[in-house]
Design a protein around this ligand. Structure first.
Ligand code: ADP
Ligand code: ZN
Ligand code: ZN
Length: 748
């Protein structure tokens, strides 16, 4: 017997309120998540419409009392059905409960107070009003009334906001005129848009040859019924990808379909978004994570009601309820922010492709430093690759200098700034040009490295950095991929130096030191501390864009998609730090950060220069970033991934097992790992279970198992098996939490 879990009111806050029905035999093949059905409901068995969210073999209620689905609503694929189908796919592919998956994709309705706009208009006739104005004319106390009436005679209505804020007319004046029946107030519910509407502007750039070719081949595919639906635009920084996106958007809009544009949160700046507003006016809407629940809901409602056709936003904008979606654009496709950090840990790239499939929509991925995942698929023909190798208007790529910090130290320079960087900063300030100093801090906290040779402690088995733990007063270095452990050595195993430490340079100290060295320069800092307030990062970026400061010091958040024409120098203070983060993507991430940082230089009239300071000038991520040679980097990286059986060549999933009971967590994790191993799936690699690198959070113990296979479905199969196994063991079900991560990138 098969059962269907259904929800009756999709917009209800309590999405978890599901009802179970029996699927009659004749409907066996036509009931699946997303389908709209009719069921008998309540005491009177009134027939109502519902959505199927899950199909299962398990009866959750007394079977004898369970009712049957009456029929399937034919040919209806409302937007809710599409989103439920997306949720079901997310649940299956990333591991999650259906309820959580639904909450991720469906904008939950909250009863929110709608903001009302008030408009004032005349109630009395024009002649009546004019004689009243005569009467008030010489009375000074009535001057506000006269001004208001004068306006109303010539205009149909005026918003209350304009009257009280701009024209200085008090609410009392308006109230008394209303009471004497001369004016009237009309209420209108408005949608809260974060920006005003800048309107459309017709001036457009003439596309470069590369831009035009890219647009025309994408459009050709779109218009062909059997065309390729996923495209990767690999365009160097400043090659004009946004212009290409906008042309494609225009094409899709002309067919009456809608568009979603994903931009990493940090790059959702006024500057970037305005380009879309200027081109598409009020067809555009925006969501960001600083908006309230109500504001987001409004944006989604406008989309559903067809009041906007383009939604721009971070990852969550992917679930905008457009019913005839034609295009999804993912800008800066390589950004880690496209992966959800909370369960379900879906990745926007794969989820976008899945969602696009429902309405035969196109997906365009764009990046100057494509993720190895996307490029691998493009190489294998799964995505269509479009290259844009040149900056628009033939602007040159910046010149890159690599400085070896070990050599600087040998030659007596103990400062964190190399001589080359100092010299160039001085030069730029004297020419009143701008400088960006990028402090690469990612992942520095967990690893230990040598101050003399710059080498970190690494796992001999896994080629990742060891992670520092302090346990019972002992300093332990452990590998969270294989469980390898050693006591923290006193001397560097590479060069014998005793200067081994957890080190890192913070933005604050860079800011302090640069201000000491260049007291005449104005310095701005951008990091987690300075951007915490609402619109904090926007303020810093716009003040830097206005040239209120000469030097901007910041973390990776300054390297993303910003366009500062006056920046002619980018300094990378210590390029290595992200290289030794303890995950296999560290090299890729370093290459991306350095290339993107370099790409901020020389976007205006003057050409740019970059200084990369490093302890490991021979590392290929640094060498190829300096050469700005993505292809060379990719070839080296992919052969390493292949050798180590890492993604994208192999598929890998992390299974995180947590519990408040240490013994149960450890034993349960080992047991699950054993079961997976015993399943004897050909070509499967199981690593662990081992203690997670963060082995305890809030008194919850954490263990991790990694599984690798060249077939993604094999991993999904294992996930389903583990879920079943946990479900059947009462003690596990009660005390263990098991989470899956199919694109593990962070530390467990
Ligand atoms: P990318 O996203 O590839 O780094 P952008 O789309 O931000 O590049 O374009 C870089 C700059 O070049 C922007 O200021 C943009 O307005 C400008 N631009 C883009 N295409 C053209 C063009 N065809 N002609 C002139 N300027 C252009
Ligand atoms: Zn290891
Ligand atoms: Zn050393």
């Amino acid at each position: 017997m098969r059962y269907a879990n259904v929800i009756v009111d999709i917009t209800h806050e309590k999405l978890d309120k599901t009802f179970q029905y029996i699927i009659p035999d004749e409907l066996k093949d036509s009931v699946y998540p997303g389908v709209q059905a009719e069921v008998p409901f309540g005491r009177g068995n009134r027939s109502i419409k519902c959505y199927v969210v899950e199909v299962t073999d398990t009866a959750e209620y007394d079977m004898s009392k369970m009712k049957k689905i009456i029929r399937i609503v034919p040919d209806s694929i409302p937007i809710e059905s599409q989103l439920i189908a997306v949720a079901a796919w997310i649940k299956e592919n990333y591991g999650s409960t259906m309820n959580r998956a639904l909450k991720t994709v469906i904008p939950v309705h909250r009863t929110i107070k709608e903001k009302r706009q008030e408009y004032v208009r005349l109630k009395a006739s024009i002649s009546e009003t004019k004689s009243l104005m005569e009467k008030y004319h010489h009375d000074k106390r009535m001057s506000a009334r006269v001004r208001l009436l004068e306006e109303l005679v010539s205009k149909e209505e005026i918003s209350m906001e304009l009257l009280t804020k701009k024209m200085g007319i008090s609410k009392n004046v308006i109230k008394s005129l209303k009471e004497s029946g001369i004016i009237d107030i009309r209420y209108d519910t408005i949608y809260r848009t974060p920006f005003g509407n800048p309107g459309t502007e017709s001036e457009r750039n003439i596309l470069s040859d590369e831009q035009r070719e890219t647009v025309s081949s994408i459009v050709t595919e779109m218009d062909s019924p059997s065309g390729i639906r996923t495209h990767l635009i690999f365009g160097v920084t400043g090659s004009g990808k946004t212009e290409v996106y906008m042309e494609c958007i225009e094409h899709v809009l002309s067919k009456g379909r809608q568009v979603i544009v994903l931009i990493p949160e940090i790059a959702l700046t006024y500057q970037n978004v305005t380009r879309f507003y200027k081109r598409f006016g009020d067809k555009v809407s925006i969501i960001n994570s600083r908006m309230s629940q109500g504001e987001r809901y409004d944006q989604f409602r406008m989309a559903k009601e067809g009041k906007v056709q383009i939604m721009i936003g971070p990852r969550s904008a992917l679930f905008t309820p457009f019913s005839d979606l034609g295009l999804i654009i993912i800008d800066e496709e390589h950004e880690p922010a496209y992966k959800s950090e909370t369960v379900p840990k879906y990745h926007a790239r794969e989820t976008a492709i899945m969602r696009a499939g429902l309405t035969d929509a196109t997906v365009i991925l764009g990046s100057a430093t494509p993720s190895t995942e996307a490029f691998y698929k493009a190489e294998n023909g799964e995505y269509m690759l479009h290259r844009m190798d040149n900056r628009v208007k033939n602007k040159p790529m910046p010149k890159v200098n690599v400085v070896d910090l070990r050599q600087e130290l040998k030659e007596g320079n103990k400062s964190i700034f190399s001589r080359k960087l100092m010299e160039l900063i001085k030069d730029r300030i004297s020419k009143s040009q701008q400088v960006i100093l990028f402090v690469n801090r990612r992942g520095y906290a967990g690893f230990v490295s040598c101050r003399s040779c710059g080498k970190p402690l690494r796992c001999p088995h896994c080629d990742v950095s060891l992670t520092y733990h302090k346990r019972a007063g002992r300093e332990i270095m452990s590998c969270h991929y294989c469980g390898y452990q050693i006591e923290k050595p006193k001397l560097c195993p590479v060069c014998g130096s005793k200067y081994m430490g957890k080190f890192g340079i913070g933005t604050e100290s860079v800011e302090e030191k640069i201000s000491e060295l260049f007291p005449e320069a104005k310095v701005l800092r951008m990091d987690m501390d300075t951007t915490s307030g609402k619109d904090g990062h926007e303020k810093i970026l716009s003040s830097f864009a206005n040239h209120d400061a000469d030097i901007l010091v910041g973390t990776q958040m300054i390297v993303k998609g910003h366009d500062f024409p006056k920046v002619t120098l980018v300094g990378v203070i210590a390029a290595d730090l992200s290289l030794y983060a303890s995950d296999y993507r560290a090299t890729e991430r370093t290459f991306q950060l350095l290339t993107q940082a370099a790409g901020r230089a020389g976007r205006g009239e003057e050409s740019g220069e970059v200084v990369i300071q490093t302890y490991s000038p021979e590392e290929y991520s640094i060498v190829e970033a300096a050469n700005q040679d993505y292809d060379a980097f990719y070839r080296k990286e992919i052969s390493y991934r292949n050798l180590m059986r890492y993604p994208p060549v192999y598929n890998m999933a992390a299974i995180l097992i947590t519990s408040d009971n240490e013994k149960l967590c450890c034993e349960g994790a080992q047991d699950i790992a054993q079961r997976i191993k015993k399943s004897h799936i050909d070509g499967l690699t199981v690593i662990g279970a081992s203690e997670a690198s963060v082995s305890k959070i809030n008194d919850i113990y954490r263990y991790v198992i990694y599984i690798k296979h060249n077939d993604y479905n094999a991993l999904v199969h294992i996930k389903n098996g583990v879920e079943l196994y946990i479900d059947k063991k009462v003690i596990y079900k009660k005390r263990l939490t098991v989470q899956f991560d199919f694109t593990p990138m962070d530390n467990y």
